[in-house]
Design a protein around this ligand. Sequence first.
Ligand code: FAD
Length: 184
Amino acid sequence: REDAVGAAPVGAGPPVFPKGVVLDKDGKPCRSCTSGAAFSAWAAQTKHKVKSDKTTTAAPTTKTMATTEPAPDSRADCPPDVEILGRSSWTLLHTIAATYPDTPSRTQQADMLRFVDLFAKLYPCWVCADDFQAYMARRVPKVASRDDFGQWLCGAHNDVNRKLGKEVFDCSRWLERWKTGPKD
Ligand code: FAD
């Protein structure tokens, strides 16, 4: 897993990537696994390289790539980075928990288990998916009621929060955050 994160300085030899760029299994940068900032640094590095290659091989009047173009992560119509994907996914997951029945039928419980299992397998950021599956192996999803599932999901989200050095969320407030809203 360590080798999935680009950290080496830019230089000659095999491709090198700015710190924080997570590589996909094909060895190319994985956008949905990488923060917008790290991906932009890689894109800028790539542009810089294209520009300097052109400068050394082409006539001075040749158009080089603009350096004033918006960073890839600053455009609303660009593919999601790890943060946008994550925020949207947690919104979907917690909202599903908030609308899950208080007393689900056996079929609804089985459906939820299948959904979470497939979600963890299909999540587009593979490093996130691996860790989420590992979490599920340690803490089996609880689906006996809305609150059971909401609390379990809150714990799963907090596990990622801890890993990323973010604040841990108070799980007694999960329903207020995702269904009822603040009291005032
Ligand atoms: P988010 O963490 O996206 O949270 C959105 C909102 O949810 C917060 O503003 C808060 O109001 C609320 N919230 C926060 N914590 C909880 C909680 N415990 N329970 C209920 N509500 C809460 N990113 C990585 O860089 N590496 C990873 O390995 C990684 N793994 C992920 C695994 C999964 C399954 C998912 C869905 C996302 C993962 N992410 C990962 C993305 C990461 O969790 C964040 O979504 C991303 O960093 C954006 O964070 P954010 O600060 O906007 O808030």
